[in-house]
Write a protein that binds this ligand. Structure first.
Ligand code: NAD
Ligand code: UGA
Length: 465
């Protein structure tokens, strides 16, 4: 029924769809991969010399495969008609309206792709959820597709779950060498055939023992749980960072001592100003909403604590800045180093920098923002969503040069862990600032002792000043 996969289509040319399909095209010369999107401008960018997203190693792979076995197109019906296997890789943001507002993921884009597939398929297709979705989303997709089959017997569909675990900033490395690939499907003979067809695609570069196959619901749930566990580790160490600040313990030393236990492990224990990014908060809230819908309020409350600690940590850091700047930041210039949600990406979605900036702007601080990868327009857009355009105009300046950003500032606030920040000439920066000059390290990347020797007042997450 399902022939060997020779043509793959991915609907959604975003952070996941673009890099994932570039890797498939790179590793599988025998497969033609087409990435489609309803955003024609984004497709134009994928077809240009300047790709819409920045990831180390992405340009090379795209430029080598594009036009050979990798294509970017706005012709969604044609791509669907010709595909053997279709990834749905569209956004699933937290709902901003109606039932589940602020908690449940908005599945309207996923549903709309399912309907488009039903309309244009014309023959057998394996449909793969790549987007992060709640448990049982495959059921809704399957229902829409099965309905189309009624009027068109040559249509045949199998819906698989194949969540993505890449992290931004390391996407190409994660895709080339994943800890695991997870594929969920129906246990019927047709389901098993579809799962095997997708396994065969990944086997081009992923060892078989790292490809896990499960039932559909385990696969969907595992993605939410993986992100919830990762976010929980950050909230756990961030909660402890507050205890460290109050007691003289040092959070980096505690994380090291705790993480040396191989049962705990040393990854994802870096205290910070809070996790950001488009997924951790969204996916933990999705899990919380799922638990509430299942009447598992205790479980929902447990996971909601992860988000509460994250919000609290951001607020706590902003409050610390205000308190240490003599309880007023009104009209003070504060240099913000880093606006992306983590280093090595230009992505600012849910960045903690947005939240800390907002708290400081509420106190009428003048922010001088520098980030090596985030364009000015994006900083202004993000902050414009938090406060009035007049406030952004009055209080925010975006700099291309960190030394200019810091000039005449009362304080520097480090909000992203960009490596280049550790290479700055802080003696020169200190000399150009208002005194006493302070540095607040929300990422634990700077040498506090060296900064104090220069003359800075220093404050870092998780250690007593
Ligand atoms: P994104 O916003 O970068 O890209 C999604 C794309 O889908 C957009 O370009 C949008 O125009 C397109 N789209 C939406 N509806 C469409 C439709 N009906 N037809 C055609 N195109 C449509 O999102 P992303 O970051 O790539 O995330 C996609 C999914 O993958 C989400 O569910 C997310 O949770 C998950 N995920 C993301 C990451 C990550 O690092 N960003 C990692 C793992 C999983
Ligand atoms: C995360 C997961 O790591 C991926 O496995 C997952 O596929 C992805 O979400 C997703 O589903 O979207 P990502 O958000 O891109 O990836 O980046 P992470 O490296 O996980 O960082 C998330 C946030 O946590 C960043 O703000 C980072 O600075 C922060 N973080 C991370 C810490 O504060 N401390 C740490 O120890 C690690």
């Amino acid at each position: 029924m399902f022939k060997k996969v020779e043509r793959v289509v991915c609907v959604g040319a975003g952070y996941v769809g673009g890099p994932t399909c570039a890797m498939i095209a790179h590793k599988c010369p025998g497969i033609t991969v087409t990435v489609v999107d309803m955003n024609a401008a984004k497709i134009d960018e994928w077809n240009s010399d300047k790709l819409p997203i920045f990831e180390h190693g992405l340009d090379e792979i795209v430029f080598a495969a594009r036009g050979k076995n990798l294509f970017f197109s706005s012709d969604i019906p044609k791509a669907i008609r010709e595909a053997d296997l279709i990834f749905i890789s569209v956004n699933t943001p937290t709902k901003t309206y109606g039932r589940g507002k602020g908690m449940a993921p908005d599945l309207k884009y996923v549903e709309s792709v399912a309907r488009t597939i039903a309309q244009y398929a014309g023959g057998p297709k394996i449909v793969v959820e790549k987007s992060t979705v709640p448990v049982k989303a495959a059921e809704s997709i399957g229902c829409i597709l099965r309905d189309a089959q009624k009027n068109c017997p040559e249509l045949k569909f199998q819906v698989l779950s194949n969540p993505e675990f890449l992290a931004e900033g390391t996407a190409m490395r994660d895709l080339a060498n994943p800890d695991r690939v997870l594929i969920g499907g129906e246990s019927s003979p047709e389901g098993a055939l579809a799962v095997e067809a997708l396994v065969t695609v990944y086997e081009n570069w992923v060892p078989r023992e790292r490809i896990i196959t499960t039932n559909t619901w385990s696969s969907e749930l595992s993605k939410l749980v993986a992100n919830a566990f990762l976010a929980q580790r950050i909230s756990s160490i961030n909660a402890i960072s507050a205890v460290c600040e109050a007691t003289g313990a040092d959070v980096s030393e505690v994380a090291h001592a705790v993480g040396c236990d191989t049962r705990i492990g040393n990854k994802f224990l870096k205290a910070s100003v809070g996790f950001g990014g488009s997924c951790f908060q969204k996916d933990v809230l999705s899990l919380v909403y799922l638990c509430e819908s299942l009447n598992l309020q205790k479980v929902a409350d447990y996971w909601h604590g992860v988000i509460e600690i994250n919000d609290w940590q951001r607020r706590r850091f902003a409050d610390k800045i205000i308190a240490e700047l003599f309880n007023t930041v009104t009209d003070k210039k504060i240099a913000v180093f880093g606006f992306a949600f983590k280093k090595d990406t230009g992505d600012t979605r849910e960045s903690s920098a947005i939240h800390v900036s907002k708290h400081l702007m509420e106190e009428h601080a003048r922010l001088a923002i520098y980030d090596p990868k985030v364009p000015k327009s994006q900083v202004l857009y993000e902050l414009g969503l938090q406060t009035s355009p007049a406030d952004v105009e009055k209080l925010v300046t975006v700099y291309n040069d960190p030394y200019e950003a810091a000039k005449d500032a009362h304080a520097i606030v480090v909000l992203t862990e960009w490596d280049e920040f550790t290479t700055f000439d802080f003696s020169r920066i200190h000399a150009s600032m208002r005194h006493p000059a302070a540095i607040f390290d929300g990422r634990l990347i700077l040498d506090q002792k060296a900064l104090r020797e220069i003359g800075f007042r220093t404050f870092a997450i998780g250690s007593a000043p």
